[in-house]
Every structure is written in C-alpha cells, then in structure tokens.
Design a protein around this ligand. Structure first.
Ligand code: SF4
Length: 430
C-alpha cells in the first residue's frame, strides 16, 4: 500500500495499487479462454440461443476528425466509395445473419451503433441500416436503439431522419463543455452548438440523451470539471459516461509525447467529484463504474447488457461479439471488409469460453455493474472466500439488503479489483 491522498472531505484514502487499471481491455488477456475457429462460430449461429435478450452492435470505423487522445481503430476522412461499400456490406451481413437460427430465435433488447463515429455516415446510409434491423430482427418492445454521435454531425438532415426513425437514445461525445478545453482536445463544436443540438434532439423525439465526459484531459482544471458536471444537470441530460483519459499506445498524444501520467491524487479527485455530483441529481444512479443516469429515463441498455455478459451479435471491423459459448473479434480492416467477395473471416480472433471462463466471469460481475446478490456472489467465490473478506475489510464493498455493491473507492479501483478477482497479480498489487 502506498501513500494516502485526500478524498472530497479531506479524509485520507489509501492508495492501494501501484497503477490504476483504467480499461476493461487490460483484463481480457487474463481470462482463461480456449482457441476456437470459424466452424465453432458457425455452429453457435446455427443453434438455439442459450439465453434470449441479446444485443446487436454495429461498429462504424470512420471519423472525420482525429481526437488527440484516441487510440481506437478508425479510418480518417474516408472516401465516399469506401463508406458506401462498408454500408452495403453491413446490410448484406445483417440480411444473411437474420436467417440464422440463433438470430431468428432471439429477442434483442438493445441495438448499438458505436465507433469510430457512426454519425459520420451519410444520414441515408445510417437510417437504411436502422430500418433494416427494425424490419428483419425480432426486437423487444422496449428495445433501446442507440448511436454515438459528435455534435457537429447532427445537422438538420440527421435530426429530421432521427425524428422518423426508431432510434431512441443518443450518446454524445462531448468530453468537456468548456470551449477552451474542447479546442485543446481537437473537438470542433462549441458550447452553443451543444445546446442547439440537444434542443434539436429533443424536438426529434429522442428521450434518452447521454453525454460522454472525460477527465485528466488537456487544459482541464478542477473548476472546469465542476462546471462540466453541473452542465449535465443544467441541460437536463438523461445519462453520462465518465472516463479517465487512457493513454492508448498509438494515440496522437502518446506518439507525440504530448502526455504526462496523471497524479493519482488528481485522478481520484476528478473521479470522486463526478461520482458525487452525478449521484446527487434526483433519480440518478450508477449502472456500471463509468455509466450514470436516471433510473427510468437514462437507462443504458447496451452498456448494462455488456456488463451482464449478454450475447452480442457484433458486425463490422473492430467489433467484438459473443454467441452462446463463442467469442469473436473482427480484426480485419475496413478496406478488407468492404471489398465484395473477400470477407476476411480468417482475420477474426475466435475463442471458446467454457466453464473456467464462465466461473471467472461470474466473479468479475461485481466489478462491472451496480450490485450483486450476496448468495450468488458467495457461490461464485466459494473457492476464494477470503477475497470477499478482503474487499469488505478495505471498504471496497458494502452489504445492504442482501446485496453487495461497490463503494466509491471500490468503483474507482474496479479494474484493479477485477484483475485481483481473476487470481492474477495478487502478490504485485496488495
Ligand atoms: S474519440 Fe471517437 S471521434 Fe475521436 S477519433 Fe476516436 S473514435 Fe473518432
């Protein structure tokens, strides 16, 4: 255990770990998966779903602007031919997959267009895909259809299309409402544009508007962060995803060396300010350690389904899905994907989950969502009961009404705790 640092009330918070694990991707390599192949994926798609209530995820890998902090796979300023070919291929995939038994017998509870920047697609292409899914797939009555968007993409044509479509949730990549901070982090629009867009979305009938915010970004101060958090309340938004800056290898800021590791005390302070401020908005709760929202109007169906380990039919380069016992990651490029007749199946990473994987995943559930029942968690940790004791002793979890939930400190360290729960790194971290 390292030095202490102050919480919002000035009390000492022990700095438990050497380095904060900020990204779920860092945990993936710790999971006990087994290699699998195309045949296994095909078998899964040809069988009945083990559970219904899956999601559809479409990854749109295009962006018109490169954010300095971003290390995700993306294709910048693509030419129209590539965009059209991509959209056609997604529609082909959707049509083909809609006839597979696993899809036909499923009932989908959420559809999510992520990226990249889905709103960078021409509006006609985007809404064609939405219509196809609404027509060909069995969606639950309250199915959440969500897409990620920048502010600048949502012009009148898009807003008009949204008004006629079945999209009902929008996740806006805002990061900060402060114009100076936005500029320093390569965000194009200003705060006035944000207000206009939110107004436009409401007029188009979008009832669930969520903002992505980020801390530890360039030019940010404690005061600007506090104002960002207050804006969520003032604008009457329905939800917020709050992320720390993650210095992804390959992002422009890391390549240029224009980045310094955040001081742990600062990082905790920003996190705790967000946690305190967002949970004080009437009706708001946290859905996962990074997702907050109103309990009724700010649901985050896709994010919560992911945390619940739901099956995901994932389409597009860079997308990762799971069908019954099989997981896959599409590691091909958009050019590979969009060229007709060359669907690069060999460039997929496919693995089988199996009982060992499921057992670890079960243990991790506590660190991915709101709360867990005591009895089911005790069952999951039957071979490692000391770990639950460790969590309790260090105030990472609390018991209430037969449920266990993460405390604020537990949510802050959720990545590290999940890593410990897999059985790895214990000797290093504690
Ligand atoms: S953060 Fe989003 S919008 Fe920015 S470059 Fe990355 S994928 Fe594109």
């Amino acid at each position: 255990m390292k030095d202490n640092y102050p919480d919002l009330e000035g009390k000492a918070v022990p700095e438990y770990f050497k380095k904060r694990i900020r990204s779920a991707a860092e945990l993936k390599r710790l999971m006990p998966y087994r290699e699998a192949g195309q045949g296994d994926l095909g078998k899964s798609l040809n069988s009945e779903p083990h559970d219904t209530g899956a999601c559809i995820y479409i990854h749109v890998p295009f962006c018109n602007n490169s954010c300095s902090f971003c290390g995700y796979y993306k294709c910048l300023n693509p030419h129209r031919g590539l965009v059209d070919a991509f959209t056609e291929q997604v529609k082909n995939d959707l049509e083909y997959l809609s006839g597979m038994p696993w899809v036909a017998k499923n009932k989908f509870r959420a559809v999510y267009f992520g990226g990249g920047t889905p709103s960078s697609l021409p509006s006609g292409s985007f809404f064609d895909m939405v219509d196809l899914i609404s027509r060909e797939f069995n969606l639950s009555e309250d199915c959440e259809i969500s897409f990620e968007s920048t502010i600048s993409d949502l012009d009148e044509e898009y807003l008009e299309g949204l008004g006629k479509s079945s999209v009902n949730r929008v996740s806006l990549g805002i990061q900060s409402f402060d114009d100076k901070v936005r500029k320093k982090n390569s965000r194009i629009s200003g705060t006035d544009d944000i207000r206009d867009t939110i107004r436009g979305l409401r007029s188009a009938g979008i009832s669930n508007i969520c903002a992505d915010l980020m801390y530890n970004i360039k030019g940010q101060t404690v005061d600007s962060w506090q104002s960002d958090l207050e804006m969520i309340r003032k604008l009457g938004l329905n939800g917020a995803s709050v992320y720390p800056l993650i210095p992804f290898p390959g992002s422009p800021m890391v390549v240029k060396g224009d980045y310094s590791e955040a001081e742990p005390a600062d990082e905790y302070r920003y996190f705790a300010m967000a946690d305190q401020s967002l949970l004080s908005i009437p009706g708001w709760k946290y859905y996962t350690p990074v997702q907050y929202g109103h309990y009724k109007t700010g649901k985050a169906g896709y994010v919560v389904s992911q945390a619940d380990n739901a099956d995901i039919l994932a389409i597009g380069p860079g997308a990762g899905g799971r069908i019954n016992e099989i997981q896959y990651l599409n590691t091909y490029t958009v050019e590979d994907y969009a060229i007709p007749g060359t669907f690069p199946r060999r460039k997929m990473k496919i693995s089988s989950m199996g009982p060992a994987y499921r057992a670890v995943e079960r243990k991790l559930s506590l660190f991915r969502k709101t709360s867990e029942y005591v009895d089911s968690l005790e069952e999951a940790y039957a071979d490692d009961h000391d770990f639950l004791e460790f969590l309790l002793k260090n105030s990472f979890i609390r018991y209430a009404k037969n449920e266990i939930s993460l405390t604020r400190t537990g949510r802050y360290w959720s990545g590290n705790l999940a890593s410990l729960a897999t059985g790895h790194n214990r000797q290093l971290n504690v």
